[in-house]
Design a protein around this ligand. Structure first.
Ligand code: FAD
Length: 362
């Protein structure tokens, strides 16, 4: 695809940005609609283990763009229970940089730098019905979850799928086929802006009101999600029944660096001089600089903990806080339940007590 050097990214910067990545070959590009395409990847045998995934998880891509390396995540629209290949589906965003670049230029045989699967938007172990609310490209993890839930559970599934118009519906035929095979388990309700008007609070409440005992999985652009969340709040649906995946781009590295620099000028909080980190059963006392993130301190000390997006949304770097306090700069994935259990995102955790002990899961 794009040569990092052509895009003004030095070899060193590229090597650093892609340290957690694997080069994957695009086996096929599938044109899904006029404004979306799917990339199908070949996973070589020696990478199978690292690319094992659960339905609903995503891959992240590192792409050189005008002197920076941008990170973009794309949910797997394939499902490990039924699909042999890994597939992501990317919809154009108006003036979006990478979504359009991918739709315009990526072709079979290209190689992309990919962070292995991550994410917490997966099926829970309850057996209650599920209502999916998907807006546009938000269908990608939902169809993966639907394909997984049909053969592995007995849950009843309903998808409310909002699109601008008929030609924008991604996976229309695949969904019809699934309904045809499971008419008593799966219901798909299309909402088309040009036919039905924009989905509003009243219509969302109407779709949700007879499913209040079930789980709700929400995915799509922010405006759509905010609306569905407001409707579910009005219906008093408990938080533990609501699962959300927000499709956002992380800040550009140069903006994130400027933000971090501004933040480091803040009044120093109480900070330890060293912190205890347990990784792979090994306990280490590592030096800690005030305002440093736990992940950065661990890596500076030569440890190799897991990480991926470094933006607070992928969950790869999760670890348990066993002693002390941390402040998370951003948290776009840990639910209140996980926070309650002591999980933190080490890429975002700044230590705020004299003693801190972090344990990575085995
Ligand atoms: C976990 C996760 C899973 C996702 N899965 C999918 C998926 O399956 N399919 C999918 O299509 N998308 C998915 N996304 C969204 C995807 O990662 C990107 O956010 C999306 O493709 C837009 O990226 P872009 O580079 O094209 O747009 P960007 O360049 O990031 O621009 C996004 C918007 O911001 C505006 N903008 C751009 N630059 C600036 C600037 N400097 N200042 C102000 N505004 C600006 C643009 O006009 C545009 O409207 C997912 C996101 C996450 C976090």
């Amino acid at each position: 695809m794009i040569d990092p050097a052509d895009d003004g990214v030095s070899d060193e910067a590229w090597a650093e940005a892609t340290a957690s990545c694997v080069a994957l070959r695009v086996a096929r590009v599938v044109r899904e609609t006029h404004d979306s395409c799917s990339l199908v990847f070949e996973i070589p045998g020696d990478l199978e283990q690292r690319f094992r995934y659960q339905a609903g998880q995503f891959l992240s891509f590192k792409v050189p763009h005008e002197g920076q390396v941008l990170t973009r995540s794309y949910s797997l629209s394939s499902c490990p229970e039924v699909d042999a290949e890994h597939k992501v589906t990317i919809k154009r965003v108006d003036d979006g940089r990478i979504s359009n670049l991918v739709n315009d230029t990526v072709k079979e045989g290209d190689t992309l730098m990919v962070v292995p699967p991550a994410g917490l938007f997966v099926l829970n172990d309850k057996n209650r019905p599920i209502s999916f609310f998907a807006g546009g490209s938000g269908i990608t993890p939902c169809i993966s979850l639907i394909k997984a839930a049909l053969p592995t559970t007995s849950r009843r599934l309903r998808l409310i799928y909002a699109n601008r118009d008929e030609r924008s519906i991604i996976f229309r035929e695949e969904l019809e086929e699934l309904v045809g095979k499971h008419p008593d388990r799966l219901e798909v309700i299309h909402s088309l802006d040009d036919r039905d008007g924009l989905l509003d609070l009243k219509r969302i409440e109407h779709q949700a009101v007879d499913a209040l005992e079930g789980d709700f999985y929400l995915c799509g652009p922010s405006v759509f999600m905010d609306l569905v969340e407001r409707a579910l709040a009005a219906l008093h649906v408990p938080g533990e029944q609501i699962h959300i995946e927000r499709f956002v781009s992380p800040p550009d590295p140069k903006d994130a660096a400027a933000e971090a620099a501004a933040g480091s000028g803040e009044m120093a909080e109480v900070a330890p001089e060293t912190i205890t980190i347990v990784l792979d059963g090994e306990e280490r006392e590592v030096p800690y600089d005030p305002n440093e993130r736990v992940l950065a301190a661990a890596r500076r000390a030569g440890m190799e903990p897991p990480f991926s997006c470094e933006e607070g949304y992928c969950s790869c770097c999760m670890a348990k806080l066993k002693e002390g306090h941390v402040r998370m700069v951003t948290n776009d994935c840990l639910t209140p339940d996980l926070l309650e259990e002591g999980w933190v995102l080490t890429c975002q955790a700044v230590c705020t007590s004299r003693r801190v002990r972090i344990e990575y899961p085995d």
